[in-house]
Ligand binder design. Structure first.
Ligand SMILES: Nc1ncnc2c1ncn2[C@@H]1O[C@H](COP(=O)(O)OP(=O)(O)OP(=O)(O)O)[C@@H](O)[C@H]1O
Ligand SMILES: [Mg+2]
Length: 306
């Protein structure tokens, strides 16, 4: 974890109060895609000209310059991010960091698996485990006395805990991607506040129960309510292009949210299989032949180029 730039990280929370809509898949692929954007090939003739040699990375005899680092913070006790990336957390745990029992620098682990053929030199993970639920309970009980610490309410107290324990990451990384758990409790509010911007995966099946105007109202009231952060992109997931209801839903979403709606991610066997193979979509499909890989690359570009 080397400081690369002086500017603060762009922090994006992947949120939806509904489960199983593709949050973790989107968080992991977006993070890996962004980390790839920050890597530049350096020809052997130019190696000596690199002013920051500690940012050089060597893989299979070739040299690369790391222009920044990306951190995934898993805020879901299911701990799916480590599994999807094929890394062993070895006790590193976001719950312990929030309770002040592990320092951030101990708990952030590399996602690099160059030895298995998956070089990810600038991708990092702060993993979660069941312990996160216990940590949350602990923080909730501590937050009962928020007024003694001079805070207006419990939400504010929780927010300052996240900021205190995690703020260092803002200085060390170029991007921080938060994989959120479904639901909208006080802890989720604090996570959203830490991010400031949200990527919202939306599954058409759920919404296309009735292809009416109510669909998009549902999104606002059921999915975005309480998310007091700016929406960066609404990402329709599990999209089946030939399905009329899916098309109608995308049209409804665009009518209501305009350019906030990103390119839909097609439903794809590859996207489902990649985590089981402990690969990201860019690793399982390196030549980007699958429409889901292309769509995730477009999401990466949308975030990267702004
Ligand atoms: N585009 C896709 N096509 C097919 N399957 C997908 C796609 N995206 C995700 N999946 C699969 O759908 C399941 C749910 O996805 P994911 O775990 O990303 O959702 P989630 O919103 O994080 O769920 P949870 O709320 O439980 O955390 C996973 O098995 C995943 O591999
Ligand atoms: Mg998830």
């Amino acid at each position: 974890m080397t400081p690369v730039e002086n500017r603060q990280a762009i922090v994006l929370a992947v949120v939806n109060r509904k489960g199983g809509v593709g949050k973790t898949t989107t968080a992991v692929n977006l993070a890996h895609g962004l980390s790839r954007k920050l890597i530049r090939r350096v020809s052997s003739a130019d190696i000596d000209k690199v002013s920051e040699p500690d940012h050089l990375y060597q893989y299979l005899g070739k040299h690369y310059f790391l222009g920044g680092h990306v951190l995934v913070i898993d805020f879901d006790a299911q701990g799916h991010c480590a599994q999807a990336l094929g890394i062993d957390p070895r006790g590193a745990d976001v719950g312990e960091v929030l309770l002040g029992r592990q320092h951030l620098s101990q708990a952030v682990i590399t996602a690099d698996r160059a030895e298995s053929g998956y070089p990810r030199p600038n991708l990092w993970l702060l993993p979660a485990s069941d312990n996160l639920e216990r940590a949350k309970e602990n923080l909730y009980s501590q937050s009962l006395t928020y007024f003694m610490d001079g805070f207006k309410n419990r939400d504010e107290w929780l927010s300052q805990v996240l900021e205190k324990r995690l703020h260092l990451a803002r200085e060390r990384f170029t991007y921080i991607i938060l994989d959120c758990a479904p639901g909208l409790d006080s802890f989720a509010h604090a996570v959203h506040k830490f991010a400031g911007m949200a990527i919202v995966p939306v599954k058409p099946d759920y919404l296309s129960m009735s292809a009416t105007r109510q669909n998009t109202d549902h999104i606002q009231s059921m999915q975005l309510r309480g998310v007091d952060i700016q929406i960066h992109t609404i990402v329709p997931t599990f999209y089946i292009p030939r399905q009329r209801l899916d098309q109608e839903m995308i049209a409804e979403l665009r009518a209501k949210h305009g350019d906030l709606v990103g390119e839909p991610i097609p439903r794809s066997q590859l996207a489902a299989e990649a985590p089981a193979d402990q690969e990201t979509i860019f690793e399982i499909d390196p030549y980007r032949r699958n429409p889901a890989t292309i769509a995730y690359q477009n999401l990466v570009d949308r975030v990267y180029y702004g």
